[in-house]
Design a protein around this ligand. Sequence first.
Ligand code: 6PG
Length: 454
Amino acid sequence: MSETIGIVGIGVMGRNIALNFSDNDINVVVFNKSKDKIDDLIHEGSKKNISGFTSLNEFVKNIESPRNILLMVPSGEATNSVAEELLDLLDHDDVLIDGGNSFYKDSLELGNKCKKKKIRFVGMGVSGGETGARHGPALMLGTGDNIPENLLSMIKSISAKSSYGDCVGVYKGYGTGHFIKMLHNGIEYAEMQILAEIYSILKSSNLSNIEISNFFESLKEKNQSSYLIEISSEIIKKKTNNEYLIDTIKPVANNKGTGKLTVETSLESNFPLPSIYEAFNARVESHFQKIWPKVTHSKNLNVDLNKIENTIYFARLSTLIQGILFIEHFSNKESLEIKIPEVLQNWLAGCIIRSDLLKDIKEIYEEISTDSSIVEIEEIQNQLEEKLDDIKTTINKAVESQIALPVIYSSYNWYINSSNNFNPSSLIQAQRDFFGAHMVQLLNEDEFIHLDWV
Ligand code: 6PG
C-alpha cells in the first residue's frame, strides 16, 4: 500500500515539496484555504496522487492515522496558529513535522506541546530553495520521539543524494534540526559575503564582468567551487537589453532574519562566530552607505588570481570551522551527541552551502574517523596554514586600495586569535580592575584578585 503525507501550506516551498513527494509515488493530501490553488497543484502533478481540502478538519479526517502531517507555512505566528488548531484534531502517535524556517527554540517549545498531547513532533530544516524542494532538498530533522520507519523512508525518497548517501540528518532534540539549519544559514550568509568581497576586489582590479564570471567558473575544474560560486558566475555575466543585470541592482542587501538568529544565538551563548556576525552586519551596513559629505573611492589594484582563490578557500574554511565549533559547543552543552560527519553529509548536496570544500572536509573525517573536535584535526589546520600567506597578501592589497573585507578579514583574525601564542586581553582585564575593581586572575591561578594600581 503506498504511503500518504499530509501537507499544510502550498506556497513556493510547500507546492514544490508536494510535487516531489507525488513524483516519488507518495499520496499527497494538502490543506489550503484556496480551492483554486489546490486545483492548480492537482493539475500540475503528473501522478494523479494529489488531493486537497479547504477545511482543516476535512483534511485531517481524510488521512488515515497514524498520520504524517508536514507544515510548510511561514515560521513564527503562522506556524504556531495552525499547529495549535491541528493539535486539537490529531490523534495519539500522529506525527507533526514543521518544515518551515522556524527558530530552534520555537521548535523545542512546539515539540514539548505535542508531547503533552502524545503527538510526535519533528522540527525539519529544509534547505535548497524552490529547486531543492522540487528535486531534492537537504533535510535536517530534530526530534525527541522515534520517527516511524515509513516516514523516514518517505523523507529520504525526496531528499538530495550525495556519494555518501541521502542528505538527511536525524538529530536528538525537537529543536536540533532547526539549530543545524540555522548554522547552515549563518554559513550561507558568510559565504555569500565572501563572494561579494571578492567581487569588490576584482571590480577594483578592472576585471570585466565576463572575466570575473570566468574566474568564478574556473574554480569548478579546480574542485574549489560551490553552488553559491556557480550562481555568482552566472549572475555576474547575465545581460538583458545589452546591459549587465547585476549593474542595475541597488547595492543594498536584505534578509529574512535567518542569519541574524544565528548571530543572536551565538551572542547569547558567549560563543565566537565573527565571520557570520560580520556577514550579517555587512547586510545591515549596506543600508547606511555614503553617509558623509565626501564620497571615498577604492584605488585600483593588481591581484594574482591564484592568491584570490586561496583567499576564498581560507575564508570559507575558517567560517565553516567556526560554525562547526558552535555546533560542537551546543551538542556538548545540551548532551545531543551530534556527529559532525553526519552534519557534513547532511550538507553535501541539495542545500545552499553545498560545495567541494564540504566534500574535502567530510573526506578528512572519513579517513580519520574521529570523534575529536574539528580543531584537533591537524590536516585541517594545515589547509589554513598553506593559504595563510595568500589571504595576508589579499588583505594587505585591499587595505592599500581601501576595499572593505569584513568577512575575509574576520576569518583571518579569528584564525590568528585562536592559534597565536600571544593575546592582549590581559590589558583589558587590568583596565577593568583599575577603574572598576573587577579583579584579574594571575597566570596559572584560578582565584580572582584585585590589584593595587595606584
Ligand atoms: C535555504 C535558504 C533559505 C533562506 C532564504 C532567505 O537553505 O534554502 O537558506 O532557507 O531562508 O535563502 O534567506 P535570508 O532572507 O535570511 O537571506
